[in-house]
Design a protein around this ligand. Structure first.
Ligand SMILES: [Zn+2]
Length: 240
């Protein structure tokens, strides 16, 4: 280790804290996104049910009109019966009356079924309304949590950004660029320690990706202040 690697490690320590906060915020933001989708789908389900309910109400209204006009028809036939003197004609109209009565009874029983179905629809509609209220309430809670987290982390992030600038200052720009690129790829983890993988042999691995690292690299980092990156994952290597 040396001055350069020490500086990069100091930067790494701050970078990890920044990424940790970013990760927490991203997680809360993701909850908001997921809940938004849930609320939107609850709203769509409610709107579909509202349309169905409306349609069933219209159907019920049409049905009532049909029933009224058929019932009026029966009254007319009854009136007709009163004025008939002829037996044969009386029998025919009476039969017509009975047929019509049976038909109206059939329609009425269908009306009862429709009424029951409409009540069930109303219950479903209420359930959908309740679900939407709950999902929207949850969404508001999650949005508030996210906003609160953003607010509470704002100062900490500003502090870390300032410390990061300070820590980066002594590091050469091209190394900073490399560091930033690797950090972005591995959630802030731009560095990896070299560990000895076999206690009896000179075998080493990168702790970031577990792939082997040559003994030469290990020895170079042990004695010199150089930048070596893992040939597999690209992380900046260090030894302790
Ligand atoms: Zn590696």
């Amino acid at each position: 280790m040396g001055v350069t690697l020490d500086a990069i490690r100091a930067l790494q320590e701050i970078e990890l804290q920044i990424f940790d906060i970013r990760r927490q915020l991203a997680r809360k933001e993701k909850f908001v996104t997921l809940q938004s989708a849930k609320a939107a789908s609850a709203r769509a389900a409610l709107e579909a049910e509202q349309r169905e309910h409306k349609r069933a109400q219209v159907e019920m209204g049409d049905f009532d009109l049909t029933l009224k006009s058929r019932s009026a028809g029966i009254d007319k036939i009854r009136q007709q019966l009163l004025s008939i003197r002829n037996n044969k004609e009386y029998a025919a109209v009476l039969s017509q009356l009975n047929t019509e009565k049976a038909e109206v009874a059939r329609i009425e029983s269908k009306g009862l079924e429709m009424m029951t179905a409409l009540d069930a629809r109303k219950a479903t509609l209420d359930a959908h309304e309740k679900t939407l209220r709950e999902e929207e309430q949850r969404l508001t809670e999650l949005k508030n949590q996210f906003a609160a987290a953003q607010q509470s982390f704002a100062q900490k992030l500003a502090e870390l950004d300032a410390r990061r600038k300070q820590a980066a200052a002594p590091i050469a720009p091209e190394i900073q660029t490399m560091f930033n690129r690797v950090a972005e790829r591995y959630d802030g983890e731009a560095m990896a320690r070299i560990v000895r993988s076999n206690p009896r042999r000179d075998e080493f691995t990168c702790e970031g990706c577990n792939m082997s690292v040559t003994a030469d690299r290990y020895n170079a980092l042990k004695t010199r202040d150089e930048i070596h990156t893992c040939s597999n994952c690209g992380r900046i290597l260090y030894v302790e």
